[in-house]
Design a protein around this ligand. Sequence first.
Ligand code: PNS
Length: 201
Amino acid sequence: MVNWVIRWTMILQRLPFHARINSIRYALSAVRSKWKERMKRIAIYPGSFDPVTNGHIDIVLRGTTLFDEIIVAILHNPSKSALFRVDERMGMLKETMKDIKGVSFDTFNGLLVDYAQKRGAQAILRGMRAVSDFEYEFQLALMNRKLNRDIQTVFLMTGLRWIFTSSSIIKEAAQFGGDISDMVPPIVHQKIMEKFNLKNN
Ligand code: PNS
């Protein structure tokens, strides 16, 4: 670092005045943007998202008030059976959250904390619905903390409107003709209906 500064100072001395000023400006803005990038508060919002529900969207929306960037990451787990393929789930996530600023999308496999570290995230964001979620979420958070103490799990309580909304309950209700239209965005409703060969009325 010291060598680099000395060499840079020597080069600067040989430059005309205006070029010197421009070089200093350029270096300062590079340092500033690197620093800004480092200071960015990034959270991973992981899940199966099979499919995305209004409850998920609510958590992301509220999460954007806490973090500069939220990476919505689908766990790519070929051994777990899902209704929608990963690319279908990704398409629905992108479509339903396209107007939310500071959100990006990805898939991951392996350990969540390793993925979070690779993406430079400081936190894992999870929604908590009811007491029934608590035990699993508590175990997950503690295991993740044991694996990597630098990454914090942040829970947001699900909005009261979405307290009964879960991807699996929605799929089950829809399969037997239950009305789930107010629990998922219209495009997701449409896709579920298509999957189960149901009429959308
Ligand atoms: O939407 P889900 O199915 O409740 O999400 C679960 C998810 C993806 C968050 C969890 O299964 C996960 O993080 N899996 C990756 C493997 C991992 O790191 N597990 C936790 C420590 S064993």
